[in-house]
Write a protein that binds this ligand. Structure first.
Ligand code: FES
Length: 189
């Protein structure tokens, strides 16, 4: 018994060659070999488009990072008077925008330490998943209640729990008894 030729192509009803057939007939062939060709071509197209989308996405991230670094520094802002914040005291404020919660702290200092060393400010958003950190002066840390992350009070570095990156520090200046927020110090370690 003769085996059917696997490469055999079914002739279209109008008898015309394959290239002159309408798109729908070429996209949905009857023969297995041609059907496999279409599937391979569709798969290749899918892979090329997916790779292209990936490359465009990476390029977009690079461009965004570049422009983020070139933004104007935030304007300085008076946030408290020194005598409002006793040692061990804290104050919440917003900087640089009204939707950016931050925390100001006055920590106990070594005798003779400069006042500037005892007044610190951090972005209040935890670097894990952005919950608000709260000071725990007894433990010497800023505690994140969501997953029990802890940040060192003096440096803002992550010391326990899931966070890996330090808190963003707000730079301060003290002039004539007034504390000014003057900028943002992004850190990775
Ligand atoms: S959000 Fe702070 S530890 Fe998870």
């Amino acid at each position: 018994m003769n085996q059917p030729d696997p490469e055999q192509r079914t002739t279209a009803p109008d008898g015309q060659p394959e290239p002159s057939q309408p798109d729908w007939r070429r996209e949905f062939p009857i023969d297995t070999v041609q059907d496999n060709e279409v599937a391979r071509r569709d798969f290749t197209t899918f892979m090329v488009l997916t790779s292209l989308a990936f490359v465009v996405g990476q390029f977009w991230i690079v461009v965004q990072n570049r422009f983020r670094g070139q933004k104007d520094p935030p304007a300085e802002k008076a946030i408290a008077r020194v005598n409002e914040i006793p040692v061990g005291g804290t104050k919440l404020f917003h900087y640089p925008g009204e939707h950016d919660p931050c925390i100001l702290l006055r920590v106990p200092a070594e005798p003779g330490a400069a006042l500037e060393k005892t007044i610190l400010a951090y972005d209040q958003k935890c670097t894990h998943l952005s919950c608000a950190v709260v000071p725990d002066l007894e433990q010497g840390c800023l505690h994140c209640p969501c997953h029990h992350g802890c940040f060192d009070l003096h440096s803002g570095r992550a010391i326990a729990g899931p966070p890996r990156r330090p808190l963003t520090r707000i730079t301060l200046e003290i002039r004539a008894g007034v504390i000014f927020a003057t900028g943002i110090e992004l850190r990775t370690v």
